[in-house]
Design a binder for this molecule. Structure first.
Ligand SMILES: Cc1ncc(COP(=O)(O)O)c(C=O)c1O
Length: 422
């Protein structure tokens, strides 16, 4: 007689045990318990809609309450959150969007995918986008600014929002690396019109893969929903006519899966702990390191609000940074750059943009008839940002560091810097 299987049952749950790297004996115990469990009458549908136990919807509700924002849309990556935000803001052909020269390439790539032109601003010694550089780049075609809270450090959101308001620009915060961080007491991602968090494996909290889009405006939220789910399953009447202009258009499938949301929910409960512990370790470690002459700390725009998983320092010269990195004392990119190793966190390496590459021969959006005066960048277009980034040294900080660990790291850095810079 053939066995009857449920669509989703204990077999799938058992498979998940491996993902968590449980010990062999632990896994065997869990398997034994699960094997004895009767198959649930309905294991549910792994779909965020039509499901009164939806983990995705629960996550959206809890994240909205956590950061205090009206709308939250869980998506499948930080990149898709950025693209959905740009589309929701009405960014498209002929528009320009300002992004910093120091960010993961996805911030600029999202602009191109949204059919607009990325215009690349310099950073300052906070390592974040320089508001003065933003001002200089605004043209009648500018539609939005994407400040990126790199390394968990906040951008100067008050100044950036003031500039945006004066020029009627949307602000889309790339909060991929700074979930739970604040600037002047307000959550990053909630200063601008949109916030875009990444939940990929290397971020403050993760879900395997995933992203969070936060948004204040009802209409823009509806457009983000439309773009993130071309099947429009979220609509009150899924197959109904457009309720207002701008609601229905062809989109993608950026839906978050129930499995990712289950992990994200557990991670959200740890978020405050992660950031509080990391900040503690950051400040403690910083207090135990005495920087030698010619080296200074990067001061985050809000040292109490930053996430704190990286301590950054600035050497007076690139040679000093190369020496400290080659000796393995600090991380950073100066040493690799001297060997020609590229890194897609810096605009001068983005040949997709500098060479205006496109997925098809027509060259859109760079050659789109709507695009005017497209910036002609090359690898030497950002000497200010490059000179800063080539002097940066990074020390990783983790929430799990004990006081003893911190003291050991401080000792290693103090000795290492004294030795390699003498
Ligand atoms: C600053 C920044 N923006 C966007 C992204 C894209 O996020 P995801 O990997 O979830 O698509 C990343 C990921 O590394 C990032 O660091």
């Amino acid at each position: 007689m053939t066995k009857n299987y449920r669509k989703y049952g204990t077999e799938e749950l058992m498979e998940l045990i491996d993902v968590f790297n449980v010990s062999e004996s632990g896994a065997a115990k869990i398997r034994a318990v699960l094997a004895d469990e009767p198959t649930p009458p309905d294991a549910g549908v792994f779909f965020r809609y039509y499901n009164d136990r939806s983990k995705v919807q629960e996550f959206e509700r809890l994240f909205a309450a956590h950061v205090g924002v009206k709308h939250v849309l869980a998506v499948n990556s930080g990149t898709s959150a950025l693209i959905a935000a740009l589309v929701a803001a009405g960014v498209g052909p002929g528009d320009e969007v300002i992004v910093p020269a120091y960010t993961f390439f996805a911030s600029a790539s999202a602009v191109v995918v949204a059919k607009a032109i990325p215009v690349i601003a310099d950073i300052n010694e906070s390592l974040m986008i320089d508001p003065d550089s933003i001002e200089k780049l605004i043209t009648p075609r500018t539609k939005a600014i994407i400040p990126v809270h790199m390394l968990g450090f906040p951008c100067e959101m008050d100044r950036i929002c003031e500039i945006a308001a004066r020029h009627h620009l949307a602000v889309i915060e790339d909060t991929a690396q700074a979930c739970g961080g604040t600037y002047k007491g307000k959550y990053l991602g909630t200063w601008g019109d949109f916030g875009c968090v990444s939940l990929d494996a290397y971020k403050v909290i993760g879900a395997g893969e995933g992203g969070i889009l936060t948004c204040k405006d009802d209409f823009q939220y509806m457009r983000a929903q439309s773009y993130h789910d071309t099947a429009a399953c979220w609509r009150p009447d899924r197959y109904g006519k457009e309720r207002m202009e701008g609601e229905l258009f062809c989109g993608e499938n950026y839906r978050m899966s129930e499995l990712s949301a289950a992990v994200a929910l557990a991670q959200l409960r740890k978020l405050d702990w992660v950031n509080a512990r990391t900040r503690y370790a950051y400040h403690k470690l910083q207090s135990l390191i005495s920087l030698p002459k010619g080296v200074k700390w990067v001061t985050p725009n809000d040292p109490e609000g930053m996430c704190g998983y990286n301590l950054a320092m600035l050497f007076d010269t690139q040679d000093m940074a190369v020496a400290a990195q080659t000796a393995g004392v600090v991380g950073g990119n100066a040493a690799n750059a001297t060997k020609g190793v590229r890194d897609w966190h810096m605009a001068w390496n983005w040949e997709h943009i500098t060479e205006r590459k496109s997925a098809t021969a027509e060259g859109c959006p760079f050659k789109c008839p709507f695009a005017k005066d497209v910036p002609q960048y090359n690898k030497d277009s950002w000497p200010v940002s490059r000179a800063i980034m080539m002097r940066v040294g990074i020390i990783a900080v983790s929430p799990n560091m004990s006081d003893e660990d911190i003291a050991k790291v401080a000792e290693r850095i103090n000795e290492g810097l004294a030795k390699c810079l003498k």
